[in-house]
Design a protein around this ligand. Structure first.
Ligand code: AMP
Length: 134
């Protein structure tokens, strides 16, 4: 990730805000979307990106966030199903190059794979880390 990318982060919760802060510090253009305006309080004072309030299930909200020019989209709301839907729309409708979705339920990862959506499961990562460090 050497060049500056336009990165759309959907969900500004514990994970989304941490990603936004880090990626912004790395020099990327970051837009964070969240349905709850209060969620943006988790962004650090030096966050240099943009905030967009709205329901990511609505195409108009994604359009307002300029999804058509995004190089990458990270779907990290607290809802697995919504993350799948947003990731799929980003990939198939807006042709976003790099799309990643968070999925809590490892059993759902197979469904994502049938849609060709790349996933990261905090649950699976935690299982590996717990066992590794035991
Ligand atoms: P966390 O579980 O702490 O990573 O937080 C998940 C974030 O996703 C919260 O800030 C929620 O407000 C946000 N979120 C949930 N549903 C939506 C939605 N439909 N559109 C945008 N953001 C959402």
């Amino acid at each position: 990730m050497s060049q500056s990318l336009y990165i759309l982060i959907v969900g500004c919760g514990r994970l989304g805000a941490a990603l936004a802060n880090r990626l912004s510090r790395l020099g990327h253009s970051v837009v964070v979307v969240d349905v709850n305006e209060a969620a943006f309080r988790a962004l650090s004072s030096d966050f240099g990106g943009f905030q967009q309030v709205g329901d990511a299930a609505e195409l108009s909200v994604l359009r307002q966030a300029d999804i058509h020019r995004a190089d990458a989209l990270l779907a990290v709301t607290g809802e697995d199903t919504l993350n799948l839907m947003v990731a799929q729309v980003a990939q198939t409708v807006f042709r976003v190059d790099k799309v990643l979705a968070r999925v809590f339920d490892p059993a759902r990862e197979a469904i994502y794979q049938t849609f060709n959506i790349a996933t990261i499961s905090p649950t699976s990562l935690a299982v590996e880390d717990f066992i590794h460090r035991l």
